[in-house]
Unconditional design. Structure first.
Length: 153
């Protein structure tokens, strides 16, 4: 029960962690790594400098798994799994669905997913590090839901 709760709570809290990191770190001190993600260009490679941010979250997850492995502590296992689940969701939603890094999931009739895509487009309309909006991935401001739900299906 503790393991399941820790996984769920961690996966949910990761949206807030990712939002804060995106707003204050990626659009702040480490803009030089994130900037290429906001510039329209033809990719010569699959990866961007922005992709190095996964290392931060991987370190959290690996550290948590290590604490579980070494000491048998169950809470770090839940944290590691929760961070990993969020990372998989990020890859699927952000890289595959929104940015189409691998062209496998282009269209959807799901209004929630359309709202996510619209919010992300609004984030990318700002090419500089200032004046951004929609820094999260899975939580979408209500106005984007309303836009999608006001459209006929």
């Amino acid at each position: 029960m503790i393991l399941a709760l820790t996984i769920i709570i961690t996966a949910i809290l990761m949206e807030a962690v990712a939002w804060g990191m995106h707003k204050f770190i990626m659009h702040g001190l480490f803009w030089n790594l994130h900037e290429d993600h906001h510039v329209k260009h033809n990719h010569d490679t699959f990866l961007e400098k922005n992709d190095y941010f996964f290392v931060f979250f991987a370190i959290i997850s690996v550290t948590a798994f290590s604490l579980w492995s070494i000491y048998g502590w169950i809470v770090p296992l839940g944290i590691g799994v929760g961070v990993f689940i969020y990372g998989v969701a990020y890859f699927i939603i952000h890289d595959l669905f929104i940015h189409q890094r691998i062209k496998i999931w282009r269209n959807t009739n799901n209004r929630y997913l359309k709202a996510i895509r619209r919010a992300h487009k609004m984030h990318h309309k700002h090419l500089g590090k200032q004046e951004g909006e929609c820094f999260g991935m899975l939580w979408v401001p209500m106005k984007y839901y309303k836009q999608e739900y006001s459209k006929p299906k």
